[in-house]
Write a protein that binds this ligand. Structure first.
Ligand SMILES: *Cc1c(COP(=O)(O)O)cnc(C)c1O
Length: 282
């Protein structure tokens, strides 16, 4: 039996039904988070739920009935019920069920909350050997700072990566690199880490924030300035990061090797620091 959480209850996944009038289903009108479980413990849950509350606020979704602490408890309980030792919990909230009509529904409409968990190992092979990425034009809207259910731009980009045997699509607006379809992107040059500033054009990853903290501890300059495709291609090292892929080396972009095509030293330093950080939190 596998449990999911829906409408304030833990039920078997076969009982997890949503309405055809759910605004998440009709409009992608909702938000989500994905939280990691390491060794049976919930990782950076407070940061994720604070971001969920921020996303809710930015789209005018009322989450007053919920709290960071309450949601963290739900996450722990779901992972425990499903015996997740290493894996993750996905949580989404939609603006609720109402007849399809673009304006917000009546204020009494309850948000629909759902969550599922899954078990899997850390991506050890890829972390050690690196992955390939392609580049694609970033066609998304201008509020990429909101972790919204509207993911069509991201889905189309990732599909193109998959078609090209690449792990990720690195997106760019014109010449400016923004982020990956489901990750943040970093170019390392002459011992410094460059990444797009956390503004409306990217999602400010929790992993990105951890990497920033670790880089500062290691005295590696962490520069939040946008960079070009050309800079990316000529970087010494490239990294992508997210809750599921952690500090992931990119050793090839399109047909071009990055640096000598091997995982670089700064990447390895950050990976070590990230491993220690996970241990210190669990
Ligand atoms: C979730 C996400 C990330 C990574 O965020 P984490 O909090 O590190 O998992 C990066 N970019 C996009 C577009 C995302 O949706």
């Amino acid at each position: 039996m596998s449990y999911i959480y829906i409408n304030d209850e833990f039920v078997d996944e076969s009982e997890g039904k949503v309405s055809y009038s759910d605004r998440g289903y009709n409009f992608g009108d909702g938000i989500y988070e994905y939280i990691r479980i390491y060794d049976g413990k919930v990782f950076t849950s407070k940061e994720h739920y604070e971001r969920l509350f921020r996303s809710a606020k930015e789209i005018g979704l009322n989450l007053d009935a919920y709290s960071v602490e309450g949601l963290t408890e739900v996450t722990k309980e779901l992972a425990a019920k499903n015996n997740v030792v290493n894996g993750g919990v996905y949580i989404q909230v939609t603006r609720g069920v109402a007849p399809r009509n673009h304006p917000f529904p009546d204020a009494s409409t309850k948000p629909v909350f759902s969550a599922f968990s899954k078990s899997y190992d850390r991506p050890y092979d890829e972390l050690e050997n690196g992955v390939k990425a392609i580049t694609v034009e970033d066609i998304r809207w201008l509020r990429c700072d909101i972790k919204s259910l509207n993911l069509l731009g991201n889905v189309l980009a990732k599909e193109k990566a998959t078609q090209n045997d690449a792990a990720e699509a690195i997106m760019h607006r014109g010449e400016t690199v923004t982020e990956g379809s489901s990750s943040n992107v970093y170019a390392i040059k002459d011992g410094k880490i460059y990444t797009h500033p956390a503004n409306n054009l990217i999602l400010n990853g929790i992993t990105r924030r951890v990497i920033k903290e670790l880089a500062e501890d290691l005295n590696i300059p962490f520069i939040e300035e946008s960079f070009t495709l050309d800079f990316l291609n000529n970087a010494d090292e490239v990294i992508i990061s997210s809750t599921s892929i952690e500090v992931m080396p990119v050793v090839q972009v399109n047909d071009q090797k990055i640096g000598d095509g091997k995982v670089g030293q700064i990447t390895k330093q950050l990976q070590n620091a990230f491993n220690n950080y996970i241990e210190s939190k669990s």
